[in-house]
Design a protein around this ligand. Structure first.
Ligand code: PLP
Length: 480
């Protein structure tokens, strides 16, 4: 399997190169697998009793050549990553009388589903670095959960340093503490005075500087990195197999999404042959919803701060991967659309592409008022606490229920993906009049010392980021 960019650059990349890449390629595009492996319904049936890590061991190898990493070594890498996660409670399914199904992927180490991909990615990086005996610096811009998850995945590693930028005041207190209380030498945290889209600017500038990137072996753990998205494909197969009555039946999966990384995993699963429909559930930052209903790519003037902070994104950069999949890899089309969009011109998706996307993808957008009500209703009806991100997805299910006649339940099976643990978002629970139940892990965060650097308005953030990377390089014998 080779990897190619969405915008038509001729070069092909190995998995190792895709893993190491800083995400944005020199033509501005993102990497995708060159072909999408097809899963027969017999193979799908044979997977029906597998655990999440077992499924991961079936799916990841479809995208990685044996010459790059043997099946045995890849299996060991996946086992190592999952050994740090509570496998029984990760991806547990909660089903209720009203037909609500929730696949809980937030019962992880940092209490967000991102651990399922960052932990695997970190162990893969570790595997390849050890072989090369090289040092790598990971650069991450985060709107909330990617930072804590990547830091946890990488801390203490001899071969990796990680630099994380987060928008101060936009993350929750728990998320900030999860980043700033890590004192390991290989962890560097910056708090920027801006939104998560502001944070992406210096990260993108540094990652697009090819000479700097290759001198310092830069790579990212955001979902611009292809390996993150590939790891997330597993959850869709697992969720499908858990809820469907007969394999082959169509299942509707509701995905709380922000940068569209989460839902891109679902689009890949669909193109592999999984019979699913996908609902992109977004908060008031509704770019994706507007795009899927009108075909227009239009950024709102600013990011709206909501309870579901990890989805407070107005630039869903993974969308070009979705365009690529649904246009049957029409790189000229993707390049034209993205060039237009990035130059600030009013951009509309070609009608044929939009129609193709709409056969699989739909969307819904909910404000904090609805999200709060959904959290209350889940508690009231089911004694079930959900986080504000999960509530965006569940809001869709409730609105579907409410449109039906009393005592009727939908004929189609729907599963909502839960992306984080409710204990991580006490502010949102309190706003809903619910009682947060902090875990011991969260209680501990409040008593630990913190360490981070501020990026203030007016300072040169790109230079600050470069300087830190240069300093890390010096410690590791680079650039002398
Ligand atoms: C990251 C995140 C999302 C959205 O994922 P995208 O890849 O941005 O679509 C949703 N919920 C939670 C809790 C997250 O941390």
């Amino acid at each position: 399997m080779k990897f190619v960019t969405t915008r038509g650059q001729a070069r092909e990349y190995s998995f190792e190169e895709a893993l190491f890449s800083p995400g944005y390629m020199s033509d501005g595009g993102l990497l995708m697998p060159k072909t999408i492996p097809q899963i027969s319904s017999d193979l799908l049936k044979s997977w029906s009793t597998l655990s999440l890590p077992q499924l991961c061991k079936e799916i990841l190898p479809l995208f990685i050549d044996e010459e790059e990493i043997s099946r045995g070594d890849l299996g060991a890498v996946i086992d190592k990553a999952y050994s740090r996660l509570p496998v029984e409670s990760v991806a547990a399914l909660s089903s209720f009388q009203d037909g609500l199904n929730v696949l809980e992927m937030g019962n992880t180490k940092t209490l967000a589903f991102k651990d399922l991909s960052t932990f695997v990615m970190a162990r893969l990086l570790d595997y390849f670095f050890k072989k090369r005996e090289e040092h790598v610096t990971i650069v991450v811009g985060t709107s909330g959960d990617t930072g804590p998850s990547s830091i946890e995945a990488v801390r203490g590693s001899q071969w990796m340093d990680i630099v994380v930028l987060f928008p101060k005041g936009y993350c929750t207190q728990v998320q900030e503490l999860q980043m700033t209380t890590v004192l390991d030498d290989n962890v560097h945290v910056f708090a920027g005075e801006g939104s998560s889209d502001d944070i992406d600017v210096p990260v993108k500038a540094v990652c697009l500087d090819q000479d700097f990137k290759s001198l310092h072996n830069l790579c990212t753990m955001n979902s611009i990195n292809m390996s993150r998205v590939l790891c997330q494909v597993t959850g869709y197969f697992y969720g499908y197999l858990k809820v469907c009555q007969n394999i082959g039946d169509e299942v509707e999966i509701v995905v709380p999404t922000g940068a569209a990384g989460h839902v891109t995993g679902g689009c890949i699963a669909y193109h592999m042959g999984l019979p699913i429909k996908l609902v992109c559930a977004v908060n008031s930052n509704d770019f994706i919803h507007r795009m899927l209903t009108t075909g227009e790519l239009a950024r709102a003037p600013e990011v709206i701060k909501t309870h579901s902070v990890a989805m407070d994104i107005q630039n869903p950069y993974n969308m070009e991967r979705i365009f690529s999949l649904f246009s049957n890899r029409d790189t000229a089309l993707v390049k034209k659309v993205m060039d237009e969009y990035e130059s600030g011109v009013k951009t509309t998706l070609p009608a044929t592409l939009l129609q193709k996307m709409q056969t699989v993808l739909s969307s819904a957008s909910y404000g904090d008022d609805v999200i709060v009500k959904t959290m209350q209703r889940c508690w009231h009806d089911h004694r079930y606490l959900i986080c504000p991100h999960t509530a965006v997805a569940v809001s869709y299910y409730f609105s579907k229920l409410d449109r039906m006649a009393p005592n009727q339940t939908p004929h189609q099976t729907t599963v909502c993906f839960s992306s984080a643990h409710p204990a991580k978002f006490p502010e949102a629970l309190l706003a809903a009049g619910l009682e947060p139940k902090p875990t011991p892990y969260i209680n501990n965060l409040h008593t630990m010392p913190t360490h981070y650097t501020e990026m203030k308005q007016g300072q040169n953030w790109e230079k600050m980021l470069r300087d830190r990377i240069i300093e890390i390089g010096k410690r590791n014998g680079i650039g002398q």
